[in-house]
Design a protein around this ligand. Structure first.
Ligand SMILES: *Cc1c(COP(=O)(O)O)cnc(C)c1O
Length: 835
């Protein structure tokens, strides 16, 4: 079944009636967003994309005008000052308020705006007999809001997290607090829209909290200020501050326009402005001060008072062009809201109706409502995919497969632990256990004991299209659905007519042909195993090292070796060098596939590293560079897989050779001889540390031919589904996995269960399995990309897509590496876990 046939634009129109902005959406995208051709960008909640006209108009503006520092008084400075003032008005107008009602303080972003409020809020400590300030926040808040706690705890301020359920339940029965004259300031923070699930919280709560009749918590005597975190809300929705006169509203501009970055604002209600206390004072904020005495009078104007130093004036000018372009293209926020909500609603309905062959739904969607209206739901959809047995598929795997399809989504927990815990049902204890298990925010440890640590988020922007939704749904169907998949038509029909939302519906599970499917799967698996068995039964128990490769330059071609010395970091000269771009950032095949066409060769007799590729003269650099005094070798800091490494530059000849070949400014650098990079986790568990070259993870990567053959077999059985990828020969597949050691094993993936092994007389510890990504799609002979073998591997390896294992060498006590040589053809002695 193909989605494009199943769900047409007709279906969309039954689901929502507004699409686009009057003229042809496709024409607009071709004019303004040429660069996203081929990409399905679904991460607008992280940042939306800027239109080309914004950049064009902005660049013309700043090329033609002379903008001086706004703190001077000359004509160019005046121009800047006046333009900035205009942008303030424009921003206020966008939220339907005037400078009499609100002020704008430019900051570096929403987080900086939140920090400004936290640091300037007049928190009153609790004293004997007198209650102090309260800091309340909705648990479905961004980390940057929860972090205000860092300033309130220990100050005698009462911190009260409030869950969204408390809001719903208590909003009804809370009575208005009596009016007593008490000026204790309290702060209540909540997001206008959850950045996790797109739920919109009622804007009417602003007035409710200010009037102290919403929650019992806010019945506390004093003055309640409301901070409405609008960062997520403003990207696709209008916000009318006349209806919800919050005291503080932080935003970031890149979420509205995609450009400029590093700029945000705090909108402050003028009635609340006086309560913010100035502590640190930076340039431009004082009316007067004495440098030798504690005398400081702050500027009267609240913007001047809180904009420490020179504001990012050129970026503020870009905001003007941001508004221009946004209104010109779409006609305004209302249209954007209608368009993006429709896409989210459509995607939600189809994704939630999509079922495996056995009738189980493919997605667990994290939402309170059912996408019934743009006033309660934004253009964000958060979910985890589930296999046909009901097991959650880790978000990292979904992320990797999505990259393969050029679909860009966000995964993890979205800087919103509160929502993540709530929706994934994680207790505080589990959160702590996950941390102990090694999971930290932002990593790829997506499952701990089968339970998800995060999820997948897709989000839409004003330039998203119906085709984007289709591509995404089609991807889910192709990669994660057990065929033949079904669509729960009843559910879909019901959703189309939904108005009010019951919470958490249970899906009825149809088990019509489930047994049949399982049977088929078992047969297929048995025949695959049979194939591998037959092939290798003749040399049962005979594990050998068949090939060895080094990759002298990270991400470039392999160099096959037969007898090779072992150095302190693994095979000698493996990943000793790397290529960086003009900004000093490491290049890899993820972005620059042509790297694999460069074939470095280590020539030990002449002490040279040769760089060769077809169509270019071969050049060389010395293998050892013991010349730190030579000033032409610059020491520079780089990053490899999150580690800081110290490197030295290999000179201009290599740099221009690489730049010529890759068509962009590049340089060749190598690990500085004085620098030791240590592996983060000691694999042996003892105190001895392991040193690494410029590799990503470990000293050695080993793969098993038996697993390669299994993957080949799986690929050919998928041939009918795939879109014409050629059948790949064994050597081609082996080269894609970029291993150092290739062994002839007996069973596919048996190495996953080994703990140690001995090759020749060198012992190795197995430190983990190698997680795979779209890099294995790069054909190492041609530099072209295919979806295989990742698709087949992923289909076979439910859960983590790993292939091959990492090894760390363990040299005998007191021995030096000099004498150790590894040889292809050596026998291998594996040791199972526990043996
Ligand atoms: C993005 C976001 C933030 C943080 O914004 P920064 O630009 O990273 O400072 C805070 N709150 C919400 C709701 C957000 O969506």
């Amino acid at each position: 079944m193909d989605f494009h046939k199943l769900c047409t634009f007709e279906t969309f129109k039954q689901v929502w009636n507004q699409y686009g902005y009057g003229e042809n959406l496709q024409d607009m995208i071709e004019q303004e967003f040429t660069r996203i051709k081929g990409i399905t960008y679904l991460d607008h909640a992280a940042t939306t994309l800027y239109p080309e006209s914004l950049i064009r108009d902005y660049s013309q503006d700043i090329s033609r005008n002379v903008y001086g520092n706004p703190h001077s008084h000359n004509p160019s400075s005046r121009l800047t000052h006046d333009t900035i003032e205009r942008v303030r008005y424009r921003l206020l107008q966008h939220f339907n308020v005037t400078p009499e009602e609100y002020s704008v303080i430019f900051t570096s972003g929403c987080t900086a705006a939140l920090k400004l409020v936290a640091e300037s809020f007049p928190w009153m400590p609790q004293t004997e007999g007198e209650a102090g300030s309260h800091f309340c926040y909705l648990t479905d808040s961004h980390t940057s809001v929860v972090g205000i706690r860092g300033l309130t705890s220990g100050k005698g301020v009462v911190t009260l997290p409030v869950s969204p359920q408390d809001v719903e339940n208590r909003a009804k029965d809370a009575a208005q607090g009596e009016d007593v004259i008490c000026r204790t300031p309290h702060l209540f923070c909540y997001p206008a829209q959850s950045n996790f699930c797109g739920r919109k919280y009622p804007l009417s709560h602003v007035k409710g909290i200010q009037a102290r009749h919403l929650y019992p918590a806010c019945a506390h005597q004093g003055r309640w200020f409301v901070l409405l975190d609008a960062a997520s809300h403003v990207s696709c929705s209008p916000l009318n501050l006349q209806d919800c006169p919050a005291d503080f509203i932080p935003i970031s501009f890149y979420k509205m326009f995609g450009f400029p970055t590093g700029l945000g604002a705090l909108l402050v209600h003028n009635d609340a402005a006086g309560t913010l206390k100035k502590t640190y004072f930076g340039g431009g904020t004082a009316a007067a001060y004495l440098s030798g005495e504690d005398y400081y009078v702050h500027a009267l104007n609240i913007s001047d008072r809180f904009e420490d130093g020179t504001v990012s004036f050129l970026d503020i000018i870009a905001v003007n062009h941001g508004f221009e372009a946004l209104y010109r293209i779409t006609g305004g926020m209302h249209n954007i809201q209608q368009h993006t909500f429709g896409l989210a609603r459509y995607t939600y309905m189809l994704l939630s109706s999509l079922c495996h062959g056995n009738g189980r739904p493919v997605a667990q969607i994290y939402t309170e409502g059912q996408f019934e209206s743009p006033s309660t739901q934004g253009a964000i959809l958060n979910f985890n995919l589930v296999d046909s047995h009901g097991q959650i598929i880790g978000y990292s795997q979904v992320d990797r497969m999505a990259s393969l399809y050029n679909i860009h989504v966000r995964t993890g927990c979205f800087c919103n632990t509160g929502a993540c815990q709530y929706f994934l049902g994680m207790t505080d204890l589990q959160m702590r256990r996950n941390l102990q298990a090694g999971h930290v925010c932002g990593d790829s440890m997506d499952l701990v004991d089968g339970q998800p640590t995060g999820s997948v988020r897709v989000s839409f922007g004003y330039m998203s299209t119906f085709e984007d939704c289709q591509k995404f749904l089609n991807f889910v169907a192709e990669c994660f659905l057990e065929k033949p998949f079904t669509l729960d038509q009843d559910r879909l029909e019901k959703l189309k007519t939904v108005t009010a939302a019951p919470l958490y519906e249970d899906y009825p599970i149809k088990i019509s042909n489930r047994e049949k499917v399982d049977e088929k799967k078992k047969l297929a698996e048995a025949s695959l195993r049979g194939f591998v068995h037959r092939d290798s039964s003749s040399h049962r128990e005979a594990h050998t090292l068949t090939n060895m490769y080094i990759y002298p330059i990270k991400s470039c071609g392999a160099y096959e070796v037969h007898n090779w010395p072992v150095g302190p970091l693994g095979l000698l000269y493996d990943r000793g060098w790397m290529v960086v771009n003009g900004n000093g950032v490491c290049l890899s095949q993820k972005r620059e596939q042509r790297l694999c066409l460069i074939h470095p060769k280590v020539h030990l007799p002449s002490d040279k590293l040769l760089l060769q590729t077809s169509g270019m003269d071969t050049i060389s650099v010395p293998l050892e560079q013991n010349t730190p005094m030579n000033t032409s070798y610059q020491v520079c800091q780089s990053k490899v897989c999150g580690d800081r490494v110290e490197t030295v530059d290999c000179g201009n000849e290599a740099a221009s050779w690489l730049s010529d070949f890759l068509g962009q400014p590049c340089r060749l650098i190598r690990l500085s001889p004085d620098f030791t990079r240590e592996m983060k986790k000691s694999p042996t568990g003892d105190a001895t540390s392991t040193s690494l070259s410029l590799v990503n993870e470990a000293q050695y990567l080993m793969i098993n031919r038996a697993s390669v053959e299994l993957i080949q077999k799986l690929m050919s059985s998928r041939q009918d589904d795939s879109e014409g990828d050629q059948i790949l020969d064994t050597q081609n597949v082996i080269s894609r996995f970029r291993a150092n050691l290739v062994i002839a094993g007996v069973e596919p993936f048996e190495e996953d269960n080994w703990s140690h092994l001995v090759i020749g007389n060198t012992r190795f510890v197995i430190t983990g399995q190698c997680g795979r990504c779209q890099m294995v799609g790069v054909d190492q002979d041609t530099g072209t990309r295919t979806k295989e073998p990742l698709i087949s591997l992923s289909a076979y390896r439910a859960g983590k897509v790993t292939f091959g294992v990492y090894l760390t060498q363990q040299l005998p006590e007191g021995s030096t590496t000099q004498s150790v040589v590894l040889s292809a053809g050596s026998p291998i002695e594996p040791k199972q876990h526990g043996s």
